[in-house]
Design a protein. Sequence first.
Length: 277
Amino acid sequence: MIKKCNKKGWYNKMKRMDVIKEALQDTSLSSVHIIPVEKKGLRCTDSKFGGDFYLPEGKEAPVGEDGEAMEFLAQIRLSQMPYLEGFPKEGLLQFFLCTRGDVMEEMDEGELASKGHFRVVYYPEITGEETSACEDKLPKERWGMEKWIKGMRFEQTKEVATLSVEGTDLGYEHAMKMLTPKLLSKAGYDLSDCPDTDQFFEDFGNWGCRVGGHPAIRQGDVRQEEEMYQAYTTLLFQMDFTTGEELEADTFVFFIKPEDLAKGNFEDVLLYWHNCY
């Protein structure tokens, strides 16, 4: 009986969500969800979270403004990921962050990170032997990613604009205009009821790790505050662990201009960070 109830509840939830998704089809964007998975035999050139990372001969690991090594967060081997329009088909994309306590304290939650506190590295080709970073290339103070090592499983999908309780993405205002009380009622959501409202924002928060699509934003989209930031319309990478993983509940959202992405230029990237605690 319990299994039947759970299955029925899940089916009803999917039907409710489909009503909203159908109404917001014009905000739909292609996305690749990334699911952290246990994988044996991960190479330093594979898509992964944490651990060692690919560092070609003669290259230096990224360092922060203070000259200290940055923490390796993740890397995506683009040939292992389903193709997304506008993204390179080949190469290796890596993400690094200064995670020392004093540096993290300088990063205001819900604000853009200083460009000296993170790096995005792109290798168009993987050449030579598969060499990983040596211990002397890694930061002395670690955040936990050297122990939290996961492979990546990719799922291609489409998703509608982010609808979150405190914040929005650039499609939020248009999306909310489409959600009339009649439509919300049809979908079974009563936004005058707090538990129902929480469920609504959980269902349409676009949480989790992903490339492309809409971001998970809780405290207002900082790209709306300055006209110069509104050009960063592409979600390059979202690393979100608010859904029960072992790490702290941090969300790191990297944005890039479409024209820079098309050129393979990853020097000018925005990083938005927040913690759900």
